[in-house]
Design a protein around this ligand. Structure first.
Ligand code: Z5A
Length: 233
């Protein structure tokens, strides 16, 4: 069996950048690697991803969103991840079941116990050997995601998750909310809840999670990732 490593974190935390560097590092050591991502790691998943992130005029409630992520994962685990692990490949996955607890559980406030049951079903109870959590302040991550989006997509194509809270952040930055209310607003913001959610998941399972300072420069983060991968080798 290969090793299963998941990369988690908020928007713009650097997962995608680091997964590529980690895959190169492992390949240089002769380890077969599969890089994959959720949503969208299978042909069915790519259709689901399109619905989830670029819904157009179609409404998606929180419950339907949860089930679409679960459907994507159910197919991904069975079609891609389990066969690759059985062949002895290391699977590096950009987001997995923890993302559903963080986004749909902590972010959308859906029932966490139900999400855990659904996660078990969609993953065939597969757990990562290691989860790297890239942690950085919400605003910094959103700024990075904005820059990246500006480089590759037209403004209108900014995804649904990137739009969450943006207006509120803007009004805070512009001083339209008083400093006194700032902590109150921050604790209730969608992306803030996700960050806190991820950190509490990491605290629940310290043997599986490693928290990485995502605010450091790319090379520093890369070295920390390689250090944790070395421990798995
Ligand atoms: N979602 C969900 O709600 N429930 C689920 O169960 C699952 C997902 C699985 C998928 O979006 C969305 O689905 C996601 C959660 C939700 N939405 N959000 N938020 P996606 O797949 O399109 O994107 P993402 O997973 O959110 O990743 P991202 O925004 O592309 O960010 P990233 O992969 O963490 O970062 P990056 O692409 O590597 O870097 C972003 C930019 O920062 C880029 O220009 C880099 O060059 C730059 N960067 C990276 N690292 C650094 C450092 N260290 N310093 C400076 N600049 C850096």
């Amino acid at each position: 069996m290969g090793k299963f490593v998941t990369f988690e974190g908020g928007e713009g935390s650097g997962k995608t950048t680091q997964i590529k560097l980690a895959a190169d590092w492992l390949r240089e050591r002769g380890i077969p690697v599969l890089e994959t991502a959720e949503p969208g790691g299978t042909p069915l998943g790519r259709k689901i991803r399109e619905i989830l992130l670029n819904r157009g005029s179609c409404a998606i409630g929180a419950e339907a969103e949860l089930l679409l992520f679960a459907a994507d994962r159910a197919q991904h685990v069975r079609e891609t991840i389990l066969p690759a692990l059985a062949e002895g490949q290391w699977v590096l996955c950009d987001r997995f079941a923890d993302a559903t607890l963080a986004y749909q559980g902590f972010g959308r406030r859906l029932d966490a116990a139900f999400i855990r049951t659904l996660n078990d079903f969609s993953t065939c109870s597969l757990k990562p050997d290691l989860t790297l959590l890239f942690d950085l302040p919400v605003e910094a991550g959103l700024e990075r995601a904005k820059k990246r989006t500006a480089g590759i997509k037209p403004k209108a194509a900014e995804d649904r998750f990137e739009r969450e809270d943006k207006e509120l952040y803007k009004s805070i930055r512009d001083g339209r909310q008083t400093q006194l209310l700032l902590p109150y607003f921050k604790s209730f913001l969608f992306h803030g809840r996700i960050r806190e959610g991820y950190l509490s998941l990491a605290a629940e399972e310290p043997e599986r999670f490693r928290i990485i300072n995502g605010a450091a420069d790319i090379e520093t983060v890369r070295r920390e990732v390689c250090h944790h991968l070395t421990a798995l080798l």
